[in-house]
Write a new protein. Sequence first.
Length: 93
Amino acid sequence: MDFNIYAERIPDFRRCERIRWVKPMIEKGSEPVKIWRETRNGETRIHLWLEAASYLVVLNERNGYILPWTAYLVEREHEKAKLNKRWGKYKGL
C-alpha cells in the first residue's frame, strides 16, 4: 500500500476536536441525537445526527457487530437540510 497519499493530506483540526463526541453520542443515543438506518448497495449504515452542533457520526452495521465508519462536521446548509430530510423519511414524517 502506498502511504505517500496520506503525507499530503491536511488534518481538519475542527474534526479532530470533536472526535471525543462519538462515544457519548453512541452510548446516549437519544434526544437531541437523530438516529436512522439506511441501506445502500447491500450495506447498512447507522447515522447519528447531532443537529444542534452540526455533527454527524456514521456507523457501518455488519453481521453481528458495528464498526465506526466516519464522523464529521456538516457545514453547508443544503447538507443539513438533506440530512433532516433523510431522517424524516426514515421516521415517516
